[in-house]
Ligand binder design. Structure first.
Ligand code: CDP
Length: 233
């Protein structure tokens, strides 16, 4: 166990800006950014590549046990490796987004990735983003943030990102896909998307990433700043 190193948990629905905010916040603090969605996405990619049905709990669990998923810091944010292959781009493909919440609902998958996520955060000095970080993965996090934005704004952001990557998507389809994922994530039985009771809600509607990061740094100082972090992770 490390002492005196902060861990910050950022949760929220699809497209609320978690990854961009977490990445910049980690950079500002000199912390490690751990994008837990990337782990679920990498596993989903492996499930699809093996032609396993995302709803088949047993087969998906087998894939989870066999797959070697790693995340490493890169020059443009984290890199994701699946069995040694760089899948950083591939895990953002719409096909993966369409199936990831089905894979993420299985208790076996969550248990497996819970262990991995806690190992990654064990040294502290981390900004971890996901859906259940403040509630399940790091319930002792020093600061918990729950990011929100209207579904319409989240769909607009995601549409812009996808179009910039060359995907021909319509606003309506992206909105429907985001809503479907939100429902699956919020309604699953194990570790659903939910704000921890001690999380600070931050609405990102109409705010850029810098503004949101400044707001979070403000919340960090109200819990005592970096010196105020708990002595044990
Ligand atoms: O970036 P985006 O908001 O599209 O989602 P993500 O963070 O990449 O997460 C993709 C999916 O993984 C989510 O929709 C959840 O189904 C699942 N996930 C989860 O169940 N628990 C987490 N801690 C992180 C992601």
């Amino acid at each position: 166990m490390q002492t005196g190193k902060c861990s910050i948990a950022i949760d929220g629905p699809a497209g609320a800006g978690k990854s961009s905010v977490a990445r910049l916040l980690a950079k500002r603090l000199g912390f490690l950014h751990i994008d837990t969605g990337a782990l679920y996405r990498a596993l989903t990619l492996e499930v699809l590549r093996n032609s396993v049905k995302p709803t088949d709990a047993q087969e998906v669990a087998k894939i989870a046990e066999q797959a070697n998923i790693e995340i490493t810091p890169g020059s443009e944010g984290i890199r994701v490796l699946l069995n040694g292959e760089d899948v950083t781009k591939a895990i953002r493909e719409p096909m993966v987004s369409e199936n990831v919440s089905l894979v993420a609902q299985h208790p076996e998958v969550r248990e497996y990735l819970l262990v991995l996520q806690r190992q990654l955060a064990a040294d502290g000095g981390t900004v971890m983003d996901g859906r259940d970080i403040g509630t399940v993965v790091l319930p002792e996090a020093d600061l918990k943030i729950f990011l929100t934005a209207s579904a319409e704004e989240r769909a607009r952001r995601r549409m812009k990102e996808l179009r910039a990557q060359g995907y021909k998507v319509t606003y309506k389809d992206v909105l429907l896909s985001i809503r479907a994922r939100d429902n699956l994530d919020a309604e699953r039985l194990v570790a659903p998307l939910r704000a921890a009771t001690d999380a600070v809600p931050v609405d990102t509607t109409g705010k850029d990433v810098d503004t949101v990061v400044e707001e979070i740094l403000g919340h960090l100082s109200t819990v005592g700043g970096l010196d105020g972090c708990s002595t044990e992770q």
